[in-house]
Design a protein around this ligand. Structure first.
Ligand code: ZN
Length: 81
């Protein structure tokens, strides 16, 4: 008798768990469809080091001269080739 009761409780628990999982899953889908162009996490830009002051700067903002990168035009002009 008690085993039947335990089995019944386990079955109910499994059904409740499945229900919650399904609700969570469909809710996630709904949220995703509501925001089709959800903002993607910003791409981490590669950081490079200034050859003069060793400051790390995003590659797009760096000043390139020959094979080296610099944080600003001033530092780029400090090095003479
Ligand atoms: Zn610099």
């Amino acid at each position: 008798m008690i085993i039947r009761l335990l089995f019944f409780v386990a079955l109910i628990a499994a059904i409740v768990f499945a229900l919650f999982w399904w609700i969570g899953h469909s809710f996630q889908k709904k949220v995703k469809s509501m925001f089709p162009s959800a903002p993607k996490p910003p791409e981490v830009e590669k950081l490079i080091q200034c050859a003069v002051c060793q400051t790390f700067i995003p590659k797009s903002k760096a000043v390139k001269k020959k094979d080296d990168y610099y944080c600003c035009e001033e530092h780029a002009n400090l090095t003479k080739y």
